[in-house]
Ligand binder design. Structure first.
Ligand SMILES: Nc1ncnc2c1ncn2[C@@H]1O[C@H](COP(=O)(O)OP(=O)(O)O)[C@@H](O)[C@H]1O
Ligand SMILES: [Mg+2]
Length: 436
């Protein structure tokens, strides 16, 4: 079973590309489910089928054609209700007890029930054993990143709050309710919180396993490419592998057309200008996403709506290898290896340089911040007893070198500086090493 998630900037053709991929996969014999987590219910529009079902069911699977099923996720009331109980409790708790300020900061952006419902739905479908392939049509980039970062972050919060809860239960329970109005977690709330934490860890494991990958859909335009580059970096930060970039809406070449019409016809200048701009865009895509397979899809003269039009669009795609929909994903996530007496933690972080990465060591955690995105890495046991010696970003990978030592590593920022990298080789200025 494979999960392929499609995301990209708004309007570039995510839904169309996801649906076309699903139709082709189903017709090649894979038991395929295409589901949408985007609240803009356009998957049904692309397939030419109404996918709306009752909210109580959380959305139901609809057969589109033999081998192809579709699902428009909606938030079932039970998820909505039970999550709201946890959410309200957490917020109340936060307001009354001295919670770690970092936790407090993170908690101000508690996710909504829709996002959680979508993740739980995906996990349930993945575990059903019914599908060879699950294609996920995601919301535009920003929301998708929020969704994908959610399981780990939420599990982290919930686990962090469990000890607080237990402490409260032990020391305050008898008197507190009357005296302070302190919200006391009922036994059910505590159990629910624990349940959510476990489920989110499961979703996280599934999405970062070799069963899941992300495909970035874009159009060959500068603004879109710029956003897609940032998306790739952020996805990598959270441990997700992008295994394909699909350039959609590529115009047919005006010159080739003119030549085919006998060489005398002059190419249409409007289209020739777009051709030139798109060629530049394509070159930038190939350079930016070096190492990731890039496929292109033509700009059709009509909207591809309905299964046959989508199948035709998928067949017209250049550089697409359908075998990648069944083969396991080459994982390039977080890794730790031994180098002499030290350990090197590495995390792929493409398209950034050291100046854009912020690192903070906090007890058993390493906080990695890139732009608006942050990830709290819980360090493996062996690294908890180490101090950070140096850090560098090179060849699209962040490497942090840890030395077994009891002394404390002061929080620092990666600064452009000449030094040595994690393997002891001299680094050029601009690659950076950790201060302190
Ligand atoms: N290759 C293409 N050729 C022609 N029209 C396209 C192509 N890809 C997408 N479209 C059309 O563009 C619009 C937006 O596509 P959609 O897949 O809904 O984008 P997104 O999901 O990224 O918002 C739709 O009307 C769709 O039919
Ligand atoms: Mg869409």
């Amino acid at each position: 079973m494979r999960i392929v998630l499609f995301t990209g900037k708004g309007g570039v053709g995510k839904t169309t590309t996801a649906a076309a991929t699903a139709v082709r996969a189903a017709r090649s014999g894979l038991a395929t489910l295409v589901m949408s987590t985007d609240a803009a219910h356009s998957l049904g529009d692309a397939l030419g089928r109404d996918l709306t079902t009752t909210a109580e069911s959380g959305g139901a699977v609809i057969e589109v054609e033999p081998g192809l099923h579709a699902l428009q996720v909606s938030t079932p009331h039970r998820v909505d209700r039970s999550w709201r109980v946890v959410q309200d409790y957490l917020l109340e708790l936060l307001a009354t007890v001295g919670v770690d300020p970092v936790v407090a900061e993170e908690l101000t952006s508690l996710p909504g029930a829709e996002e959680i419902a979508a993740l739980l739905e995906l996990r349930a479908r993945a575990e059903s054993g019914r599908w060879d392939l699950i294609v996920v049509d995601c919301a535009p980039t920003a929301e998708t990143l929020r969704l994908l970062a959610l399981p780990e972050a939420l599990a982290w919060h919930l686990e962090r709050l469990l000890p607080v809860q237990r402490g409260l239960l032990r020391s305050l329970r008898p008197a507190a309710a009357a005296a302070t109005g302190m919200p006391l977690p009922g036994v059910e709330v505590a159990a629910t919180v624990r349940g959510w934490a476990t489920q989110m860890r499961d979703v996280q494991r599934l999405l970062t396993s070799e069963q899941a990958s992300v495909r970035l859909v874009l159009t060959p335009e500068r603004v879109v490419i710029a956003e897609s580059r940032r998306t790739w970096t952020s996805l990598s930060l959270y441990g997700f592998v992008v295994d394909q970039v699909i350039v959609n809406r590529v115009f047919p070449d005006a010159r080739a057309d003119a030549q085919a019409r006998g060489g005398r016809a002059r190419p249409d200048p409007w289209r020739a200008a777009w051709n030139a701009a798109q060629q530049e865009g394509l070159a930038e895509v190939l350079e930016s996403f070096a190492g990731v397979p890039v496929a292109t899809s033509p700009y059709l003269a009509h909207e591809p709506i309905g299964v046959d039009a989508l199948a035709a669009l998928a067949a017209d795609r250049v550089g697409d290898d359908p075998a990648t929909l069944v083969s396991p994903v080459q994982k390039r996530g977080l890794a730790v290896r031994r180098v002499g007496d030290d350990y090197v933690l590495s995390l792929p972080l493409p398209l950034v340089d050291a100046a854009q990465v912020d690192l903070k060591r906090r007890d058993e955690e390493l906080l990695v911040v890139v732009g608006d995105h942050r990830r709290v890495l819980t360090l493996p046991a062996v690294l908890k007893r180490c101090t950070v010696r140096s850090a560098a970003v090179r060849d699209g990978t962040l490497r942090v070198r840890f030395t077994p030592d009891a002394s404390v590593w002061p929080p620092g920022r990666l600064v452009p500086a000449a030094g040595t990298d994690d393997e002891g080789r001299p680094t050029a200025a601009g690659e950076g090493s950790a201060r302190g």
